[in-house]
Design a protein around this ligand. Structure first.
Ligand code: AMP
Ligand code: ZN
Ligand code: FE
Ligand code: FE
Length: 275
């Protein structure tokens, strides 16, 4: 039997990715990935759509999600695994965040219009369709109308921090997100810690109940992987990883760019909230 490997960070059209949940399952199979978690932003709907095909193909599908928080102007993304997707407070949280994302997107578009960027919020909403709207949808509309020539340009010129169209992602504090995930029986994991930069924030979040660190990520160099492995060991954290694949929304990050060994999935499964 071939070695089992996992990718626990994937986005679909239910948030800002460009592939359907079914296509993600096909891609996992094509790339020899045995276990996946779809971790859409503030959305869990892809699971039910992908599940029948995953079962048919023998791909193991885990519940995943990515939620946004902020701490002192730093954007903090927290992944959740093994939660109960029907837990009422969890459902309430993501429903509120989905609505907030729509009003935030409208505010971004208004700010852009004030600096002469002629795009329309309804077009962005239409592009997001059934999925949670996010900045990559705004970026794709900017691209369509010729304001940028690659997706990353949107984040340096228009909607990144300090740009005219920027609006904070979520004012929620990390400890709130950690509690939402834990109360739903889930495992909170800090996503792509390199973006948090200040490692002392990881220590703070562990005090608040953070249980894991995304050591392996498509933007982590071997040196960073080593660095975060050391932190995970010191703080007794679970280690996870994934590509953060977004399809055409994020250039240069193919599925299969990160594959983690299956014993890390076993460790996640064996995790107990109080021990
Ligand atoms: P949002 O959740 O609406 O704040 O959007 C965050 C998403 O934007 C991330 O998950 C990435 O998909 C994308 N993103 C953030 N920064 C960049 C960047 N510099 N280049 C390309 N995509 C980015
Ligand atoms: Zn994203
Ligand atoms: Fe993220
Ligand atoms: Fe992500």
């Amino acid at each position: 039997m071939t070695e089992r490997v996992a990718d626990l960070h994937l986005h679909t059209t239910y948030s800002d990715g460009t592939d359907s949940p079914e296509r993600i399952v096909e891609l996992a199979e094509e790339h020899g990935i045995s276990t996946i978690a779809i971790s859409d932003h503030d959305n869990v709907e892809a699971y039910a759509i992908a599940e029948p095909l995953a079962r048919q193909k023998g791909i193991e599908l885990l519940h995943g999600i990515e939620m946004s928080a902020s701490y002192e102007d730093i954007e903090v993304h927290i992944l959740g695994y093994f939660y109960d997707p029907k837990h009422p407070a969890f459902v309430d949280h993501i429903t509120t965040q989905q609505k907030r994302r729509v009003s935030r997107m409208r505010e971004m578009v208004e700010r852009l219009q004030k600096v002469g960027v002629k795009i329309d919020a309804e077009e962005v909403l239409k592009l997001a369709g059934n999925g949670t709207v996010g900045r990559p949808h705004v970026a794709r509309v900017l691209m369509k109308h010729g304001y940028i020539s690659k997706m990353s340009e949107a984040f340096t010129k228009y909607i990144g921090p300090k740009n005219p169209g920027f609006v904070t992602g979520s004012p929620t504090l990390p400890d709130t997100i950690i509690s939402v995930i834990r109360n739903a029986g889930g495992i909170p994991v800090l996503a792509h810690p390199m973006y948090v930069k200040r490692d002392e924030i990881i220590d703070m979040m562990v005090e608040q109940g953070l249980a894991g660190l995304e050591v392996y990520h498509s933007n982590h160099t071997p040196a960073l992987i080593k660095h975060y492995k050391k932190i995970a060991k010191r703080l007794n954290l679970l280690m996870t990883g994934g590509s953060d694949y977004h399809g055409k929304s994020k250039e240069g990050v193919p599925i299969g760019s990160v594959k983690i060994p299956y014993d890390l999935v076993d460790a996640l499964r064996a995790w107990k909230p109080n021990g």
